[in-house]
Design a protein around this ligand. Structure first.
Ligand code: SAM
Length: 277
């Protein structure tokens, strides 16, 4: 099986195809082969697996995923300038790579891939959170998601109650997935270097959400609670209508608590009371 060793160094690819980084596309390219290899190993053994990569750019992480043994890699890249470079990668890896020139926010992943896949991506920061929310809602289509975010977003995804980073993204992600931080990557590893540290996070969809709840109701309750995160819940939940104090009591939650003190389980319990009222 080809290992891509015949391909030119990534810096040469960037020069040959004139891939000057576009800020509007969140382009910070990762050229360090140790790091791309490390990211590709996060989902576990990729032999015989299908992977969806978002934003392959010049193809550094793409090469690492294919070299790790993925039987098939479907990549979505918005920037047409990258397509010729990716075509070279596809040839070097015996056509295991298919590239779609699309906007990842617009695609139907299940239709393009046609089977359950691992997502691996060094995400463009400007669309990372909407993409994560989109995938969480379709989690049954994915075996795992290994995603690079700016560190602050990774902090929010993995945060525990009673911390500043804890909020909507922590609750929804942890309710639907097993979430684990993998490692940080310094700005120096990228070309050009971004202003912030990056963190790789792995999310493995749960067979069932961690606790019974309805996503829309849970999002409404969490949104109201954290919309006024310094207030006690009996005040912040007033915007949802009804007697907040009574609802909190029937969920077994002290009405004087604040949003960040509630566990994911407590938020689910509370949203079930709202839903069934
Ligand atoms: N994977 C490459 C790497 O690790 O060096 C590039 C990562 S760079 C942070 C983000 C990539 O996503 C860029 O190639 C950019 O063109 C692409 N991109 C940005 N917005 C996109 C979108 N909405 N849909 C698909 N690709 C997008």
């Amino acid at each position: 099986m080809s290992d891509g060793s015949s391909l030119p160094p990534l810096r040469d690819v960037i020069n040959t195809y004139g891939l000057r980084a576009e800020k509007s596309l969140g382009q910070n390219f990762l050229l360090d082969l140790n790091l791309t290899g490390r990211i590709a190993r996060c989902p576990g053994n990729l032999q015989g697996e299908t992977v969806l990569e978002i934003g392959p750019g010049p193809g550094g992480l793409t090469r690492a995923i294919l070299a790790a043994g993925a039987k098939r890699l479907v990549a979505i890249e918005k920037d047409t300038r990258c397509l010729a470079a990716l075509e070279e990668v596809s040839k070097a890896f015996e056509n295991r790579l298919t590239v779609h020139n699309e906007d990842a926010l617009e695609i139907d992943e299940a239709e393009l891939v046609g089977e359950k896949a691992h997502i691996i991506a060094n995400l463009p920061y400007n669309v990372a959170t909407p993409l994560l929310i989109k995938w969480l809602k379709k989690r049954e289509d994915f075996k795992s998601m290994t995603l690079m975010f700016q560190k602050e977003v990774a902090d929010r995804i993995t945060a525990e109650p009673r911390t500043k980073a804890y909020g909507r993204l922590s609750i929804i992600s942890q309710w639907l997935c097993h979430v684990s931080r993998q490692f940080d990557i310094s700005p120096k590893a990228f070309t050009p270097p971004p202003k912030v540290v990056s963190t790789v996070v792995k999310l493995v969809p749960r067979d069932q959400p961690a606790f019974p709840a309805d996503l829309n109701t849970l999002e409404r309750v969490v949104g109201a609670a954290f919309g006024q995160r310094r207030k006690m819940l009996r005040a912040s939940l007033k915007s949802l209508g009804g007697n907040a104090e009574e609802i909190l009591n029937s969920a077994g939650i002290l009405p004087t608590k604040r949003a960040e003190e509630l566990s994911v389980e407590e938020f689910c319990r509370l949203s079930e009371v709202y839903r069934t009222r």
